[in-house]
Design a protein around this ligand. Structure first.
Ligand code: HEC
Length: 446
């Protein structure tokens, strides 16, 4: 937790904005999860680009990247002892040593994506919310086997421990919030039946309420003892994608699919702030600074933003990824294919940026798995494939799961031969190939 860790930072872009905004730049994909350390000195960001960033909260500078997930990372949490947990689309939760960036342990056992991670009191237990419909309970000290709580009828999206750690509340796409006994793993009650999928929940046991945000835009609070609704802050915006309580428990921040951030004072359930934080795209993640002064937010942009909640707010995120700025009607079919299906994970520039996949610059004629500095899967690295018009076409006709089994590229197929051809034409034009004028010379071998 030493502030001196910041001096390990490589030079990274730190942009201080008017009004005290700070942008954490460097991710190569949307930011899906954020967290503050207990002391407020450091922050974590989880991204679609398969990596986790560790940042200094004073300067906004990067301390290090944590690399090890094989798919998008959705959730992060700090742990005592300079450690952290992260979980993602690769179904795994990883325990990190933040001092070295090393993986201390990989928690495997879920059969679906992991969307949320919650740490129990005393950090003896972690709960993972899985799209396999279960909640994982993982002992963090002293060994012991994980347990999986089954009962929800659909993806589990969130979980919260009671302060004494004896109960766990969970929220699911099945439209319910359920309460479980942690010691026995028994389901005790359906606490909320909302009808639409519930994405997030915040438990304030001391104040006796539970708040939740749902797919249909509902933001509501219920009294824990009676189950009666005590507040309804539903606006005409959906879905609710982020919900975070400030450390005092009094303020709630809500982020939604339309890019708004709303701050609610739960003393009287009034709306203290409500503004459009992203000009395009959703707000996926929110966390409060422990001092309560700033909110850390993540969304569609390839960056996170820190925002003093009392600042005159307008957009934290001016736009989405650059590639989306041109209207689709002005693009060729090939460019549209690339922008919609590839650009979120691949660049076409020599440096490649920090994206989930390697740069496709100079793709044709190159051996699979050969961009220096990119951490390929063993499967792709040893496949022996050389990328040509023909092999790229097969990759998307058959799908990566068939053509390059074991690859970490997600399953996708492009059904129409015309779309594949247009995409390949576009890649040939943009990937810096010498014979891009259209000659076939050397395209099949090199
Ligand atoms: C969600 C992220 C994602 C999307 C979307 C995606 N890719 Fe990939 N791609 C990857 C990853 C990750 C790898 C590295 C795979 C590995 O190491 O197994 C990869 C690898 C590749 C490779 C092999 C590159 C090399 O250096 O060997 C090619 C070619 C490729 N992708 C093309 C595409 C194209 C074209 C599209 C759009 C139709 C696309 N990808 C969409 C993530 C993605």
């Amino acid at each position: 937790m030493a502030a001196g860790l910041a001096c390990l930072s490589p030079a990274t872009p730190v942009r201080a904005e008017p009004g005290g905004y700070q942008r954490l730049e460097g991710h190569g994909g949307p930011v899906k999860g954020v967290a503050f350390s207990e002391g407020g000195r450091r922050m974590l960001t989880a991204s679609f680009d398969y990596s986790v960033g560790l940042w200094d909260a004073q300067t906004g500078g990067l301390i290090r990247w944590l690399e090890g997930h094989e798919a998008a990372v959705n959730a992060v949490a700090f742990l005592p002892g300079n450690r952290a947990l992260s979980a993602g689309d690769d179904f795994d939760m990883i325990l990190w040593d933040l001092g070295t960036g090393d993986i201390l342990k990989r928690f495997e056992g879920h059969k679906g994506k992991l969307i949320a991670v919650e740490v129990g009191p005393g950090a003896t237990l972690a709960a993972s919310a899985g799209w396999d419909g279960t909640v994982g309970l993982w002992p963090l000290s002293g060994g012991g086997e994980p347990r999986f709580l089954a009962g929800h009828r659909a993806n589990v999206n969130d979980a919260a421990f009671t302060p004494d750690g004896t109960k766990l509340y969970t929220a699911s796409y099945d439209g319910t919030i359920r309460r479980w006994d942690v010691a026995t793993g028994a389901e005790e009650a359906i606490v909320v039946s909302h009808g639409f999928g519930v994405n997030h929940l915040v438990l304030n046991a001391a104040a006796g309420w539970l708040a939740y945000g749902a797919l249909d835009g509902a933001v509501r609070a219920i009294d824990l003892a009676s189950g009666a609704q005590i507040a309804d802050l539903t606006a005409d915006r959906r879905p609710i994608l982020a919900l975070a309580a400030d450390p005092s428990g009094r303020f709630l921040a809500v982020g939604d699919g339309e890019g708004y951030v709303m701050v609610v004072d739960t003393a009287d359930w009034s709306i203290r702030r409500d503004f459009r934080a992203a000009l395009s795209g959703p707000i996926w993640a929110l966390a409060w600074e422990p001092s309560g002064g700033r909110l850390l937010a993540g969304g569609i942009a390839d960056e996170a933003a820190l925002w003093p909640i009392d600042a005159d707010g307008d957009a934290l995120f001016a736009g989405g990824p650059r590639e989306f700025h041109k209207p689709p009607s002005e693009m060729t079919n090939g460019e549209r294919q690339f922008v919609r299906k590839c650009s979120i994970c691949h660049s076409l520039t020599p440096d490649g940026g920090r994206k989930a996949g390697p740069t496709l610059w100079r793709l044709f004629g190159r051996r699979a798995g050969s961009v220096p500095g990119y951490a390929y899967s063993d499967a792709l690295g040893s496949s022996g494939i050389v990328w040509t018009e023909e092999t790229v076409a097969r990759l998307f006709e058959e799908g990566p799961d068939v053509f390059t089994p074991g690859s970490k590229m997600p399953v996708q197929r492009i059904a129409k031969a015309g779309d594949r051809d247009d995409l390949i034409d576009y890649l040939r034009q943009k990937s810096g190939r010498a014979d891009r004028a259209g000659s076939e010379v050397g395209s099949k071998t090199q």
